[in-house]
Design a protein around this ligand. Structure first.
Ligand SMILES: Nc1ncnc2c1ncn2[C@@H]1O[C@H](COP(=O)(O)OP(=O)(O)OP(=O)(O)O)[C@@H](O)[C@H]1O
Length: 586
């Protein structure tokens, strides 16, 4: 996207703060006026000195100008610095909110590290850009004012100055787009670096076990090198711009000094005017450097605003219920199945083949339903549909007999609890994890669910008990899974959705988990994606999925008799169980 089209995006971030920006601009104008008046007052001091009259008045005015100018500049810096931080905070708040309201599919299509870079790094660039518009206007007015006052002093010298400014300005304008391109490329490399680094650190065990540390770090360092190369290019072009600007000014000063001295000698110019003029020439450097700095900051900010704006394509889950909704949430029903799927078809993207199709399923209010099937059969997709991470594009899902669109996402999820297969714990302590769904749960409730998963003694023995951080190594993988299960058991959900870990648990733990599920199934619905033989044998009803469809459903005995795929799946689980049993016994 060209910068001209991205500028409105940056302005959208600034708009809520326009009053502060105008105040900053006004302060800048006053500081500018004080700066512009200084050489004229200096000339007044020199003329008064030459005439031999009292110098007090011009010197007092000069001092007042210097002090007032400094105070106003200080005020402007503080104002714009605070504003910049507010804009960064606004942008971060809005992006973080957007991430957590987003549809899971939209988020997962992007590398997590890149999403993080948008919040941490790109918003930082808005910081610089926020004050740059004010800076640009200030500098533009400062430049124009300086040139006008130079014209008042001597038009010929102004002509020389303008010629130098035009030549230097044209060269700078030529170089600026290259700085912008290099900065954009550098930020893109930083985004890729974030994405790859995050993914690699997440998979650090696999990276190490594959002896891929060198290759992987080299790949990421490659991104860092790209970022450095682009930034170095930007730095080199910036350095050229600065050198050109400084050299141009120095040459102009020499030229103006020579021409001015010649004109003063011939009586065409007062010496005091020449000194004032030269002061203006030196002052010219202020607005010119401010212009270049602000244009650079603005370009980086515009590019960052563009990248942040791309996040708008992340679709949010609708926060409100659909058209079928009524204002009141109906009371829980006690009759009929809790969840019903009617002819449900779903896919992950437009034009992709359906991940599940024609699913007809009823989940009874009580009892344990196990879902089995080969890899890719659609088991996880079924859970995603129930949890509303994915919307069906055919058929309907009903909770308590009401279609999902008549409930909000929040209302549906309040009735379910979910234990995911991989990363089932969130950052924080054991207590934070257990109370994640119900932050108001008291310690008594927490100990009750820990007892249910047979973890109360182990947690009680930890030096920090419930306050133990889950990043510490004191808690094993199996214990983490049980903590996640305990969280899901808190406050008795209507439906417990459990995606069993594929890793085998030890016999005692497995028995504890099994007993827990059995107790839950007596009071409510439990649906498991089963990876253990014991879970399948324990289920009241089993759903066999294959190729996105429900192939068969029934009890273990029925399916074992009638369904060949089920028999194969059970045999595979039996072999896995037999293989772990001697290992555990040994
Ligand atoms: N995020 C996704 N984007 C696109 N396609 C997907 C996505 N997740 C799953 N699929 C596809 O949907 C189909 C069903 O996958 P699903 O993950 O539901 O199977 P599964 O039975 O849970 O498999 P597994 O036991 O291996 O986890 C597969 O063909 C899979 O390739």
């Amino acid at each position: 996207m060209p910068d001209s089209r991205r500028l409105p995006t940056l302005l959208a971030f600034l708009r809520p703060h326009r009053r502060t920006l105008v105040a900053g601009l006004l302060l800048g104008l006053v500081a500018n006026a004080a700066g512009l008046a200084t050489p004229m007052v200096t000339k007044w001091v020199l003329d008064t000195f030459r005439e031999g009259v009292d110098l007090t008045a011009p010197i007092v005015v000069l001092l007042v100008l210097v002090v007032v100018g400094a105070a106003i500049t200080l005020g402007q810096w503080i104002l714009l610095g605070t504003l910049a931080e507010r804009i960064v905070l606004d942008a971060r708040t809005s992006i973080i909110g957007r991430y957590f309201r987003a549809r899971i599919g939209d988020l997962q299509r992007r590398p997590t590290g890149e999403l993080v870079t948008r919040v941490t790094s790109d918003t930082g660039l808005l910081h610089e850009a926020s004050g740059s518009l004010v800076g640009l206007i200030n500098a533009g007015i400062g430049l124009a004012g300086t040139l006008v006052l130079m014209g008042v002093l001597d038009l010929t010298l102004l002509g020389c100055t303008l010629a130098a400014v035009v030549v230097v300005g044209a060269l700078i304008a030529l170089l600026m787009p290259r700085i912008s391109a290099a900065q954009t490329a550098a930020q893109e490399s930083v985004g890729q670096l974030g994405g790859t680094l995050e993914g690699s650190l997440r998979a650090i065990r696999t990276v190490k076990a594959s002896r891929a540390e060198g290759r992987q770090s080299e790949r990421i360092i490659g991104n860092a090198r790209d970022a450095a190369a682009h930034s170095i290019r930007a730095a080199k072009v910036s350095a050229s711009v600065w050198t050109l600007a400084w050299s141009g000014i120095h040459l102009s000063v020499l030229l103006i000094l020579a021409i001015g001295a010649w004109r003063a000698q011939r009586g065409l110019l007062e010496v005091s005017s020449l000194i004032a003029f030269l002061l203006y020439v030196f002052q010219l450097m202020g607005p010119i450097s401010e212009l270049t700095q602000n244009v650079t900051a603005l370009q980086a900010g515009i590019a960052a605003a563009g990248r942040i704006n791309e996040l708008d394509t992340i679709a949010a889950e609708s926060a409100v219920r659909g058209t079928a909704a009524t204002d009141t949430v109906p009371a829980r029903r006690e009759d009929g199945p809790v969840l019903v799927l009617r002819d449900v078809t779903a896919r992950y993207g437009p034009g992709t083949p359906p991940a599940v199709r024609g699913i007809d399923l009823e989940i009874p209010r009580r009892g344990h339903t196990a879902v089995v099937g080969p890899s890719g059969a659609g088991k996880t997709t079924l859970f995603s549909l129930l949890l509303r991470f994915l919307e069906p594009d055919g058929g309907e899902i009903l909770l308590d007999g009401r279609p999902y669109p008549a409930w909000s996402h929040d209302e549906v999820r309040a009735r379910l609890s979910y234990v995911e297969q991989e990363t089932p714990v969130v950052p924080g302590s054991i207590r934070d994890n257990l109370r994640f769904t119900h932050p108001d749960a008291d310690d008594e409730e927490l100990h009750a669910v820990l007892r249910a998963v047979r973890l109360d003694e182990k947690i009680g023995d930890l030096p920090d008990g419930l306050d133990t951080s889950l990043t510490s190594t004191d808690v094993s993988g199996g214990q983490r899974q049980r903590i996640a299960l305990a969280r899901a058991l808190l406050r008795t959900p209507d439906v417990l959705l459990l995606d069993e870990a594929t890793a085998q648990l030890d016999g005692l733990t497995e028995a504890a988990v099994q007993e827990c599920i059995r107790e839950r199934a007596a009071a409510g619905a439990v649906v498991t994606i089963a990876h253990r033989l014991s879970t399948v044998l324990d289920a009241d009803r089993i759903i066999v999925m294959e190729d996105g469809r429900i192939r068969a459903q029934g009890t273990h005995a029925e399916l074992y008799r009638s369904d060949a795929l089920y028999r194969q799946l059970v045999e595979a689980l039996r072999i896995a169980a037999d293989q772990t049993a001697p290992a555990l016994a040994g």
